[in-house]
Design a protein around this ligand. Structure first.
Ligand SMILES: O=C(O)CCC(=O)C(=O)O
Ligand SMILES: [Fe+2]
Length: 312
């Protein structure tokens, strides 16, 4: 193994040769099939979406503007209030990643992004939110819910607490052959669903039922939509929140753009009665999103955060 730079030494190195590539099920939103969505989320906690209605120009523009931003000097980047490097959350988690992050509709989020990016981020988040609503409506249809917006109402609400983040996994010249750096460690996302777009650089991995890791191909034309903690609760565990992580391979920089769909802070979260079978008991205590969010942000990335809210 090559002599490592001290910086690489302090980050987790992962051997990259042994991961299988997962065939993530695809839904084509020009002919949506709710059964495919349900099966994908039941089996893998992830689905790939094509013909999603988000314009290619907006996706490519954001990708190129974001890469321009991340190529600025550290001083210039650090002058942006929502820019963070190497730190993930407030509890000491670190990774080979830098990011821009802001809440979206419930705050003046555009002001927190660098001014050059604001128009494109605005267009992107507007379209991706519509996509989130459409997919959650498809879920309601597939589960034969009476109310079309039973899941999407949280994101339709003007006070929704959604976050938008752009992650950049920079190049690193000292990563030994056959290895990657841990860019973003194992975790689940606390919200309802996350919609992940990326450039054509791989690195995103999902935890499989046997606890091993599988790689997800990068596809800059499509989105991956994953099950987050709240959707697990709302469906009483029918869908499990997806444990995932991202590796930075050091030779090509990955960029990902993620919409984390969250409900209003005051929303009461509990399993939907209409989804439970006769006699089925709730597996989770009731909580508000604000309570859960506070607990989630106090914990380490890898903590099984729903554990504290499960009924024994
Ligand atoms: O950047 C990625 O590939 C995924 C990162 C992630 O999981 C997150 O930001 O929550
Ligand atoms: Fe995540």
């Amino acid at each position: 193994m090559a002599l490592l730079h001290a910086e690489v030494d302090s980050l987790s190195l992962i051997q990259t040769t042994k991961f299988p590539t997962i065939n993530v099920p695809v839904i084509d939103l020009s002919k949506p099939n709710s059964k495919t969505l349900i099966n994908a989320w039941e089996d893998f906690g992830i689905v790939k979406v094509i013909n999603h209605g988000v314009r290619k120009e907006v996706m490519t523009k954001l990708e190129s503007e974001a890469l321009d931003f991340f190529s600025l000097s550290v001083t210039e980047k650090e002058s942006v209030s929502d820019y963070t490097s190497r730190k993930i959350g407030p509890n000491g988690d670190a990774g080979w990643v830098e990011h821009l992050m802001s809440c979206t509709l419930s705050c003046d989020f555009l002001q927190k992004f660098p001014s050059d990016l604001r128009p494109t981020v605005g267009d992107y988040v507007f379209s991706v939110r519509n996509l989130a609503i459409e997919v959650l409506q498809l879920l309601a249809e597939g589960l034969e819910m009476e109310e079309k917006n039973v899941f999407s109402k949280y994101l339709i609400d003007d006070n929704n607490d959604t976050i938008f983040r752009i992650n950049h996994y920079p190049l690193h010249s000292d990563v030994p052959e056959g290895h990657s750096l841990l860019g973003f460690g194992e975790h689940t996302d606390p919200q309802i669903i996350s919609i992940i777009g990326s450039n054509d650089v791989e690195g995103f991995q999902i935890s499989l039922n046997d606890g091993s890791w599988g790689s997800v191909s990068s596809d800059p034309e499509s989105f991956y939509i994953i099950v987050d903690d709240l959707l697990e609760v709302i469906t009483n565990g029918r869908f499990k929140s997806l444990s995932h992580r991202t590796l930075a391979n050091g030779s090509k920089d990955r960029l990902s753009m993620i919409y984390f769909g969250g409900p209003p802070l005051t929303a009461d979260i509990s399993p939907l009665i209409s989804i439970m079978e006769d006699g089925e008991e709730s597996k989770y205590k009731e909580f508000t999103w604000e309570e859960y969010k506070k607990a989630a942000f106090k914990s380490k990335l890898t903590t099984h955060r729903l554990g504290a809210f499960e009924i024994e």
